[in-house]
Design a protein around this ligand. Sequence first.
Ligand code: NI
Ligand code: MN
Length: 225
Amino acid sequence: MKITYLGHASLGIEVNQVSILVDPFITGNPKASHIDINTLKADYILITHAHQDHILDVEAIAKRTDAVLISNFEIISHFEKLGLEGHPMNHGGQWDFEFGNVKYVNAIHTSSFPDGSYGGQPGGFVIEGEHKNIYIAGDTALTYDMKLIPLQTTLDLAIFPIGDNFTMGIDDAIMASDFVGCDKVLGSHYDTFGYIEIDHEEAKRKFFDKNKDLMLLDIGSSIEL
Ligand code: NI
Ligand code: MN
């Protein structure tokens, strides 16, 4: 499983020869100006919630690639009206896709579309594929629901928002890492705009002091699990 950080909360995942994008917000992110959305491969696009900083490039990419969207019922209904194809899920549900199993899990956040219309409840994803298991928390607060995940899945990587203000910050992400039983964390949802700028060295040191590993990838760079 290969995971590429595309800035903000956007990810590319290659698993079992399938290309997945998560929460594509690239053309609106000046820090990701070197990423061309016309070159991104996508068989599927996972969407955690309806906020603009998670859906901005969904339509353009899905229209070019014919990607199948995976998200909550309300978000899929919204994009189906625009002519896109989707697979609706809701909290606690899982489905076996060609690339692996996906479970839509709880997140504590909000989820309106940019025009204010209802975007369902926000979520995260647990993906099991290629004998690697990852948890994409989405925008969320620290929540006890995270403790349910390791009861069913042994994680190889947890992807947490760490920018604070709109989501968990560093200290809560460290607790979240305990809750999900995974010491290997990829940070997301930081530095994109003023409210969520973080001190990278301090963040990494705080994780290191708890015997945990916080990875902060350059936009466009990848890790292999
Ligand atoms: Ni959000
Ligand atoms: Mn967000």
